[in-house]
Design a protein around this ligand. Structure first.
Ligand SMILES: [Zn+2]
Ligand SMILES: [Zn+2]
Ligand SMILES: [Zn+2]
Length: 142
């Protein structure tokens, strides 16, 4: 992939296609200043397979949504198909017991996070384990 934009040259650390949305890619930018410039410009020109430059809209991705969660055991850092949890049932994302989150009958006061044992849903953006994972991602991309 080639960029026409001067500000992006040599500053891309990774480009990942988003399979669900056709034509969407995720761009990891090394420099904070460059990231701000791209977001401010709101578009970049990228050369396509036919050799012509096309303008693309830019949106800032939130690292909060980049953290990997397992929908089965509700733990951080892996996806369900790589889950090593052998129990038959899903772990509840509200109370951390063995049942589906949507079947949970416990009140909010019984909420328990699988990752930090705190009184909130597993996967909560305010969770200390989640915040640490975001910080790790930020360092990986720096
Ligand atoms: Zn899991
Ligand atoms: Zn529950
Ligand atoms: Zn937590």
């Amino acid at each position: 992939m080639e960029f026409r934009n001067e500000i992006l040259r040599g500053k891309i650390s990774r480009i990942k296609p988003l399979s669900k949305q056709k034509g969407h890619v995720k761009i990891y930018i090394r420099s904070k200043k460059c990231e701000e410039e791209v977001i401010q410009a709101r578009k970049i020109s990228v050369k396509n397979a036919a050799g012509e430059f096309k303008e693309h809209r830019v949106e800032k991705a939130k690292l909060d949504f980049e953290v990997t969660y397992c929908y089965k055991c509700k733990k951080l850092g892996h996806v369900a198909f790589k889950c090593t949890d052998k129990s038959a049932a899903e772990t509840c994302g509200r109370c951390a017991e063995s049942h589906k989150t949507q079947d949970c009958i416990h009140p909010d006061s019984k909420m328990k996070c699988v990752n930090c044992k705190g009184a909130h849903k597993s996967g909560d953006f305010q969770c200390s384990a989640h915040i640490k994972a975001v910080e790790r991602l930020r360092q990986l991309l720096a």
